[in-house]
Design a protein around this ligand. Structure first.
Ligand SMILES: Nc1ncnc2c1ncn2[C@@H]1O[C@H](COP(=O)(O)OP(=O)(O)OP(=O)(O)O)[C@@H](O)[C@H]1O
Ligand SMILES: CC(C)(CO)[C@@H](O)C(=O)[O-]
Ligand code: BAL
Length: 288
């Protein structure tokens, strides 16, 4: 595996890869790798000649007072894990190299970014789209891999690629969980023992919502089941819990084919997200 530290070198290698005619899979991450990231890398490995993983804690997607500084980082550990996962190029630029000047162009996502994490973290998805646009241009991938844990991000990136005609296939990867059901997340290491013990209840709350939705087909009943369970988690504060159409993230209606029940929960300064995706046809079938 080759490490690439600068935008200039990444550009040079991309030109070379383009001439070689090899297919390229891109796995964008913020590092502190876990099995969720490795599942993205495995999918990329199985579908492409070359795998590029980016590892960049993107300042543009963090708001004032958020955890940019305290976000976990460990480059050497990440490099060993990426190499073990069959990554060919690990791109880990410095922030000053990615953003040599302040200001510049802003990318403004549409209504999909007005809800859920977009409502709690104003400007977050502007920053995600900016870095994704840069990474797509810098690596020119055939395919790019994103996890369903960040389902809103995935939906917005799919729209971005369609709207701006990027010749890139976006590949969705299912959520990888710990044995007790907690979704793998780099931020899990920042939980205290008590918080870590309580955190799998987020998943159970979403499952209760899924069961209620499958049994009743009623979004309000499902959502109140989720909110009730979330409110009982010791030491946790619900940031949001919502049921929406997926991937439009509009209110669910008559023609909805799939819904998402998504939640964000804060344990002190650690904010975790999780979701379930439910095909509406299946839910209707269950309730009959
Ligand atoms: N448990 C998971 N299962 C599947 N994909 C995941 C999982 N966790 C993260 N990913 C995906 O990995 C990519 C990089 O995510 P990121 O580096 O932010 O990791 P993270 O663990 O989500 O970190 P955070 O602490 O910010 O939640 C994203 O596409 C994200 O959806
Ligand atoms: C996609 C991403 C790498 C962009 O910084 C980040 O939002 C993440 O890790 O999900
Ligand atoms: N996986 C989402 C990145 C963030 O929390 O900023």
């Amino acid at each position: 595996m080759k490490r690439i530290e600068t935008v200039e070198e990444m550009t040079r290698i991309t030109r070379h890869l383009q001439r070689s005619g090899k297919t390229v899979g891109l796995v964008p991450t913020m590092g502190f790798l876990h099995e969720g990231h490795l599942a993205l890398a495995a999918a990329a490995r199985s579908e492409n000649d070359v795998v590029i993983m980016s590892l960049f804690v993107n300042p543009a997607q963090f708001g004032p007072g958020e955890d940019y500084e305290s976000y976990p980082r460990d480059l050497e550990r990440d490099a060993a894990l990426a190499e073990g996962a069959g990554v060919d190029y690990l791109f880990h630029p410095a922030a000053e190299d990615m953003y040599p000047q302040d200001g510049g162009i802003r990318i403004l996502p549409g209504p999909q970014a007005d809800v859920l994490c977009g409502a709690s973290r104003p400007g977050h998805f502007d920053g995600v789209l900016k870095v994704i646009c840069k990474l797509f241009n810098l690596t020119q991938p055939d395919r790019a891999y994103f996890g369903e844990k960040d389902a809103q991000q995935l939906a917005i990136i799919e729209t971005f690629v369609r709207d701006f005609n990027f010749p890139i296939e976006i590949r969705r990867v299912p959520i990888v969980r710990d044995e007790d059901g907690l979704a793998k997340s780099s931020r899990n290491v920042r939980l205290t023992n008590e918080q870590r013990e309580a955190a799998p209840a987020i998943r159970r709350a979403l499952e209760d919502g899924e069961t209620a939705f499958r049994e009743t087909g009623n979004p309000e009943a499902a959502l109140s089941a989720v909110r009730r369970q979330l409110s009982k988690i010791p030491g946790a504060e619900t940031d949001y819990a919502e049921l929406l159409e997926y991937p439009s993230l509009a209110a669910a209606g008559e023609k909805t084919e799939e819904v998402i029940i998504a939640a964000a929960v804060r344990f002190g300064g650690v904010r975790l997200i999780d979701n379930v995706l439910i095909p509406v046809k299946e839910a209707a079938a269950c309730s009959k």
